[in-house]
Design a protein around this ligand. Structure first.
Ligand SMILES: Cc1cc2nc3c(=O)[nH]c(=O)nc-3n(C[C@H](O)[C@H](O)[C@H](O)COP(=O)(O)O)c2cc1C
Length: 177
């Protein structure tokens, strides 16, 4: 298989749910990660995803109290992702695809900068409104995802085994090798 830096990052990424070292994430890195999210494609270029990085200790503690996931109790920074349902020129609404692409870009940026993270979405839903209110987010923006960011204590994440190539990908027609 071809090897290059981008592919190495893609293939080494997996969700990390362990603890983080108490080492702050520099603003420059948080900015670069959010810029990676902003660089993602979006339907009709509507750019419906937006982001808040949190590195303030008081706010982090308040987020931990609202969203008590074990790995978030030690993460020195978090990025929260928001979406807005804005129709595109063709009348379709692509905001879910837009923030999906943005989050994936940020997962890869986080990994390539030497940090670990996990795409928390399902677990965030029950407390999304409370978290958004804490950050004074206008109600037209919906919180959809929280990414802890930090240096892992447990080494790089080892993800679950993916299905075999032949089960999910083919050449020149369904089921063809
Ligand atoms: C839309 C979406 C929502 C997710 N929500 C959660 C979540 O709430 N909690 C969690 O622990 N992992 C969550 N994950 C991470 C998945 O569990 C993880 O990506 C999957 O098990 C594959 O593992 P990998 O990321 O290591 O490849 C979510 C992933 C996606 C794409």
């Amino acid at each position: 298989m071809t090897s290059n830096q981008t592919l190495d990052t893609i293939f080494s990424r997996s969700s990390y749910r362990g603890d983080y070292k108490p080492i702050p994430v520099p603003r420059g890195d948080l900015t670069a990660i959010m810029k990676a999210g902003m660089a993602a494609p979006s339907g009709c270029n509507r750019q419906t995803a937006s982001f808040i990085a949190v590195d303030d200790e008081t706010l982090i503690s308040q987020i931990r109290a609202i969203f008590p996931k074990p790995s978030c109790q030690t993460a020195p920074a978090m990025i929260l992702v928001f979406t807005q349902e804005i129709a595109s020129i063709d009348g379709h609404i692509y905001n879910v695809q837009d923030y999906g692409a943005a989050v994936q870009n940020m997962l890869l940026a986080i990994k390539s900068l030497g940090y670990e993270t996990c795409w928390y979405e399902g677990n965030v839903r029950p407390c999304a409104e409370e978290l958004a209110a804490l950050l004074h987010v206008p109600e037209e923006l919906r919180l959809v995802c929280l990414l802890p960011v930090g240096i892992p204590t447990d080494g790089p994440a080892k993800g679950p085994v993916k299905k075999p190539f032949e089960e999910r990908a083919w050449f020149n027609g369904f089921g063809k090798n």
